[in-house]
Design a protein around this ligand. Sequence first.
Ligand code: PGA
Length: 261
Amino acid sequence: MKPATLLIVANWKMNPQSIRTAKKLFKDIQDKTKRTRFVDVSIAAPFVYLSEIQSLRSGKYMHIAAQDVHSEKMGTFTGEISVPMLKSLGAEHVIIGHSERRSMGESDDLVNKKINSCLKENITPILCVGERKRDGSGHYFSFVEKQLRAAYSGITRAKVEKIIIAYEPVWAISKGDGKGKTATAGDAHEMKLFIQKTLSDIYERNFVRKVQILYGGSVNEKNAEVLLKEGEVDGFLVGGVSLRADEFSHIVKIAESYVAA
Ligand code: PGA
């Protein structure tokens, strides 16, 4: 079934290089997507830009996200940022467990702690899961299942729908230009069903029906439509292309027309 709304998250990663460029990119995206009704757009900018871009926000469909957060609320953690700090800036989403952070040592256990901190403060975590590689024997399913089970450990069924999932196969994530090897719509759809099944096994179907499952990994203007139509994903996590206002806005428009049709 077609979702009533979609979510498209721009993961700017460690870009752009100045607040001036960040503000311009945000404004350009906002201007070019002005009449959006069926798509929520969330800009996951570096921490240092969040406050300024938040003040530029005009449309209700535009949201602000962080790319990571510390698991504790406050304390002696030099250089870290907490959930309450993000909340006080108006951030609504936090990406948790992105593969680039996992490859810097973030464990499943830490991912679980971060999700719990977000849920306690009512900020929506976007949990990233995805296998590093694929082989013919389907090991990637058990890999993703393990990530999911660890991430949801101790989370009650009442909270399940408050977590957004982004399926991002690591082999599909681009080097920063959005031009990597994309998963097929079939791959994305199959994994969406698998994620739903895994969560249903833990919580029962009723509690997981509304969980939004996004796809990420080299999403661009050419593959967005088929990923929505045939992949049946609930939106995207877009890296490289989100740094190019024209192309990113085009993806938002493709999603808007898909829901509106
Ligand atoms: P990409 O990045 O769109 O450049 O592949 C996606 C991501 O890492 O979130």
